[in-house]
Write a protein that binds this ligand. Structure first.
Ligand code: FES
Length: 87
């Protein structure tokens, strides 16, 4: 199974909507999943501009799955789901 890629958006919209705390995901993910998952921060993922009025920032991508109003819990659940699918 390929490594799972997690991209934490730190663009302005996501940052003001609280993505700043999400990089701590790196620590949590490393502890729980070791090297099966790679967490990186990202510039604007381009989603906020398509629905600025009803923005669901912060956004995070887990491989190709976009998570809206992302929380650490939502991201961990998606990683677990993708690992189970890949097994
Ligand atoms: S700032 Fe996060 S999607 Fe644009």
């Amino acid at each position: 199974m390929d490594k799972i890629s997690v991209k934490v958006c730190l663009g302005t919209t996501c940052f003001v909507k609280n993505s700043a705390y999400l990089p701590k995901l790196k620590e949590i993910v490393a502890k729980e999943f070791g090297d099966k998952v790679e967490v990186a921060s990202s510039l604007c993922l381009g989603v906020c501009s398509t629905n600025w009025e009803i923005s669901k920032a912060p956004y995070i991508k887990v491989n190709n799955v976009l998570i809206q109003e992302a929380t650490i819990e939502k991201v961990l659940a998606e990683i677990e789901a993708q690992i189970k699918k890949g097994e």
